[in-house]
Design a protein around this ligand. Structure first.
Ligand code: ATP
Length: 289
C-alpha cells in the first residue's frame, strides 16, 4: 500500500465541567466527548524522504506548528521510518472552534501512518503517543462516546450516544482555548453542570433527558464575550432543537434534534440570520477505531 485516505472526525462536548485549577496552571476537567460525522479529509502517501504537508486553507501553517505535521514527525522518529510522507489535508472542520480540529488531524495521521507502513502498533500505544501532541488526541484516536477526566487525557468509554441529527454553527469569531481557561472564574458560587446525570441519561438512551442535562461551564467566559453564541442557541431552540449548547471553549454552537427535516430547517434559519457563516447538518458517529 502506497497511499491511504483517512477521515479525521470532529467532536462536540455534550457536557463540560472544570473541577479545579491545578498548581501547574492546567485545569482538571470532567467532559463528555462525542464524535460527530463532520470531518477533515486526510490523504497520506509514501514519498522518498521528508514530510510534506499541503492544506486547502491558506492561513494554516504547514510546518511544525501544524499538529498533523507534528504527528508525522513523531511517528517517523519513534519508529525510524526512512521513507517520506506526503500529507494532503482538506479541512472542513471549523478552525479554532472548540471541535478539536487540529487534534483529530494529528490522530488521523498517527492512525494512518500505522496502517500505511504496516507498523502493527496497538491502539493503546498510539493513544499514549498522541498525548505528547495534545490532551484531546488520545480521544480522537479512540472516537465514540467517552468521559474525559484529568486534563482531558484520562478516558473512560461510555455506552454509545443515541444517534440523532446535529446542527453545527460557527460564528465568525475565533476563540483561543488559553484565553477561555485563563478567564474562567471558579469559586463557591460557580454552578457546575451535572455530568453524572448526563452520563446516566446517556446510559438509559433518553434523548430529551440527555439534551436537558447538557451543560458547559466555559460558556460563562466565551458566551459572555460573544453574544452571538446565546442568540444562535435561542434560534436553534425556537426552531426545534431539543437543546443547543457551545462545544468546548467555543465559539461553535451545536443543537440536537430528533428529526432530520427539522434540523435542516433550523440550519437554514441560522444561516440566513447571518450569525454564523459555517453551518452544517450532521449526526452522531459511534464507531470506535
Ligand atoms: P480544541 O477543541 O481542542 O480546543 P479547536 O477546535 O478550538 O481545538 P483547532 O481547530 O485545533 O482548535 O485550532 C487551534 C489552533 O491550532 C489554530 O489557530 C491553528 O493555527 C492551529 N493548528 C495547528 N494544526 C492545525 C490543524 N491541523 N487544523 C487546525 N488548526 C491547527
Amino acid at each position: 500500500m502506497d497511499e491511504l485516505a483517512v477521515k479525521a472526525l470532529a467532536k462536540i462536548n455534550l457536557g463540560l465541567d472544570v473541577l479545579r485549577r491545578r498548581e501547574d496552571g492546567y485545569h482538571e476537567v470532567k467532559m463528555v466527548m462525542q464524535t460527530i460525522h463532520l470531518y477533515d479529509q486526510l490523504h497520506l502517501k509514501k514519498i522518498e524522504s521528508g514530510i510534506h504537508l499541503e492544506t486547502n486553507l491558506g492561513f494554516l501553517p504547514v510546518d511544525e506548528s501544524n499538529l498533523a505535521y507534528r504527528a508525522a514527525r513523531l511517528m517517523k522518529e519513534k519508529y525510524q521510518i526512512e521513507e517520506g510522507i506526503d500529507i494532503r489535508l482538506n479541512k472542513r472542520i471549523p478552525v479554532a472552534a472548540g471541535m478539536a480540529g487540529g487534534s483529530t488531524d494529528a490522530a488521523g495521521v498517527l492512525y494512518g501512518i500505522n496502517e500505511l507502513f504496516n507498523l502493527g502498533i496497538k491502539r493503546k500505544e498510539l493513544m499514549e503517543l498522541g498525548v505528547q501532541i495534545g490532551a484531546d488526541v488520545p480521544y480522537c484516536i479512540m472516537r465514540g462516546t467517552a468521559l474525559a477526566e484529568g486534563i482531558g487525557e484520562k478516558l473512560t468509554s461510555l455506552p454509545p450516544m443515541v444517534k440523532c441529527p446535529v446542527v453545527i454553527a460557527k460564528p465568525q469569531v475565533s476563540v483561543s482555548t488559553k484565553y477561555v481557561y485563563e478567564n474562567l472564574k471558579l469559586d463557591e458560587h460557580t454552578q457546575h453542570p451535572d455530568i453524572d446525570a448526563l452520563i446516566q441519561n446517556i446510559r438509559t438512551k433518553d434523548l430529551p433527558a440527555i439534551a436537558g442535562s447538557m451543560g458547559n461551564l466555559l460558556e460563562t467566559v466565551t458566551a459572555k464575550k460573544y453574544p452571538e453564541i446565546e442568540k444562535i442557541k435561542e434560534l436553534m431552540r425556537e426552531n426545534g432543537a431539543l437543546n443547543a449548547m457551545m462545544s468546548g471553549s467555543g465559539p461553535t454552537v451545536f443543537g440536537l434534534f430528533d428529526e432530520l427535516e427539522t434540523a435542516k430547517m433550523a440550519a437554514a434559519i441560522v444561516r440566513q440570520s447571518g450569525l454564523a457563516r459555517q453551518v452544517f447538518v450532521t449526526d452522531i458517529y459511534n464507531n470506535r477505531r
